[in-house]
Design a protein around this ligand. Structure first.
Ligand code: 5AD
Ligand code: SF4
Length: 520
């Protein structure tokens, strides 16, 4: 055990420049903006010809795994494809181009991706549909090797966050005759810099996902992200504000600011000499002032970097969501050290106390990993104690998943699997109790809800989220008593996506609230 801890400490002390960072690699080529537009035009000509030939536009389908950063990259991919003349479809089998946006953070995302990819083999006939893969897995040589060797029917691959190279990939496959030979590998190409505005196709027109920074410098010992997404790079304040202002002008009600560690926004710019580069608290405050916006959300906050200035902004700016996602990972100081998290349980709980005191009703959600290598019953109990004291309103719980290339993967002991699985189930059960307790406190109250649309399970029910990020389901239709005929009067929607409505909470469950819309 002592040996393991020494290794953890050693790794944390290594200089950041020693770490592999493919995104800073000199072999990575940046594609100039002019070339990007030329390639967009080339594909556009092709899609026009396709339309003249077939009487329809070529269709694309995108399957996204992983986090909201990937959701945002898929929205960019969709925007670029639509600019090039493609149209979206929800049915992969009818698509002319299928894209996979992959995630490396845990093994089950890898497996699900390969499962879906394998199922496309019999669908692919005469070279169609074109298949492209991008995202975090394509930053790992092992997966690049697997794709090119085992799945040669994949037409092209791109790196993580390199969705901006999409027009190049499509032109190479369509016009260079490469598709008959092998997978076009563009993982050593970067698209336009992050600051160039590109077309975007939002999944929800009322919600804008805005990446404020990419990469991560933290090297938590279990996490693959710093290796796939590279070092922290903050987008410019002006470009982010411009994107946010435009989104609100277009009717966006909610902005979600994205970064692996939003609290360190601007650090890299200041280190590079931009002394006055704004920090995250200022950015959040300025965005929250945009007239017409209902809420600004942000994730993810690292507990080691959460500043008092940010707490003041949360307290003083009503449009900043009444919620924070603050990953705990473990309540055991011993494990936090080995995870290289650089805070202890006392510091974490202190932050939660400050947050709960600064804004009444704020909710706190978290991430917890169960079964980190070397976890003992006592470590696990320490996590339960912090959960109890923090009284988390929601939690995402994960079974530790060894990621090749991370320090913790070398410490993994598979023989613990059963014990860990049992601990995992008990911990999830405990969190469900905490979540239910938190949601029960809402029964009988009237809450504001931003409507997302029909619930997936029941189209006669609408669902949306409160400012404090609770999921609410409520009746979506009313009988039109004026125009109805016989026993089956037509149903009128009471609200639609993007509306903010008031809902009386009738019943609470651990994951959602059920209520009734209030009509004034
Ligand atoms: N195993 C399990 N969970 C992980 N996470 C990151 N890496 C791993 C891993 N190797 C979890 C962390 C993080 C969330 C996004 O995913 O809890 O906060
Ligand atoms: Fe991974 Fe830690 Fe960075 Fe989060 S802060 S992305 S868990 S290395």
């Amino acid at each position: 055990m002592a040996h393991l801890e020494e290794t953890a400490v050693l790794r944390t002390q290594t200089d950041l420049t020693d770490r592999p960072d493919k995104t800073m690699d000199n072999n990575i080529n940046q594609i100039p903006e002019r070339a990007f537009h030329e390639h967009v035009e080339k594909v556009k000509n092709w899609t026009n010809a396709f339309y003249l030939d077939t009487g329809r536009s070529p269709l694309y389908f995108i399957r996204t795994f992983g986090c909201q950063q990937n959701d945002r990259d898929s929205e960019l991919a969709a925007g670029i494809l639509e600019k090039m003349g493609f149209r979206g479809t929800e049915i992969p089998e009818e698509a002319d181009l299928v894209l996979f946006n992959t995630c490396s953070v845990r093994a089950n995302a890898d497996h699900r991706f390969y499962g879906h990819l394998g199922r496309l083999k019999p669908v692919k006939k005469g070279g169609w549909p074109l298949i492209g893969v991008f995202g975090c897995m394509m930053e790992q040589d092992v997966h690049v090797g697997t794709i090119t060797k085992t799945f040669p029917y994949v037409d092209f691959i791109l790196g993580a966050g390199a969705v901006r190279t999409l027009p190049f990939a499509v032109t190479q496959v369509l016009f260079n005759g490469s598709r008959k030979q092998k997978t076009v590998n563009l993982t050593n190409q970067r698209g336009l810099g992050d600051d160039v505005s590109l077309p975007i196709r939002r999944s929800d027109p009322h919600r804008a996902l805005i990446t404020i920074m990419t990469g991560c410098d933290n090297f938590c010992s279990y996490c693959i992200v710093p290796y796939t997404r590279g070092r922290e790079r903050s987008r410019s304040y002006d470009r982010i504000m411009e994107e946010a202002e435009n989104a609100v002008k277009q009717g966006v009600k909610e902005i979600l600011l994205l970064g692996q560690n939003v609290n360190s926004y601007g650090n890299d710019r200041r280190k590079r000499g931009e002394e006055n580069a704004p920090d995250f608290a200022s950015l959040l405050q300025d965005i929250s002032r945009l007239e017409g916006l209902w809420a600004v959300r942000y994730m993810t906050s690292h507990p080691k970097d959460l500043s008092d200035k940010l707490i003041d902004v949360i307290s003083g700016c009503p449009r900043v969501e009444s919620h924070i996602h603050l990953p705990l990972q473990s309540g055991s100081d011993r494990l936090l050290k080995r995870m290289n998290r650089r805070y202890d349980a006392a510091h974490y709980l202190d932050l939660v106390r400050k947050l709960r005191a600064c804004r009444s009703g704020i909710t706190v959600s978290t991430d917890i990993i169960v079964g980190f290598p070397g976890e003992t019953e006592e470590d696990w109990r320490a996590t339960l104690r912090v959960m109890e004291e923090a009284a988390f309103d929601a939690a995402f719980t994960f079974l530790y998943s060894p990621r090749v290339g991370t320090p913790a993967a070398d410490w993994y002991d598979e023989s613990q699997h059963e014990i860990v699985q049992e601990r995992f189930e008990r911990l999830v059960e405990y969190q469900n109790e905490l979540s239910l307790r938190s949601n029960r406190a809402m029964e009988g109250r009237i809450v504001e809800v931003l409507v997302d649309g029909e619930s997936r399970r029941d189209p006669s029910v609408l669902s949306g989220r409160t400012h404090d990020d609770r999921l609410v389901n409520f009746g979506s239709v009313q009988k039109d008593l004026r125009g109805g005929a016989g026993d089956t009067p037509p149903l009128l929607p009471t609200a639609g996506p993007g509306d903010v409505v008031r809902v009386l909470v009738k019943k609470a469950g651990p994951f959602s609230l059920d209520g009734e819309i209030i009509r004034e």
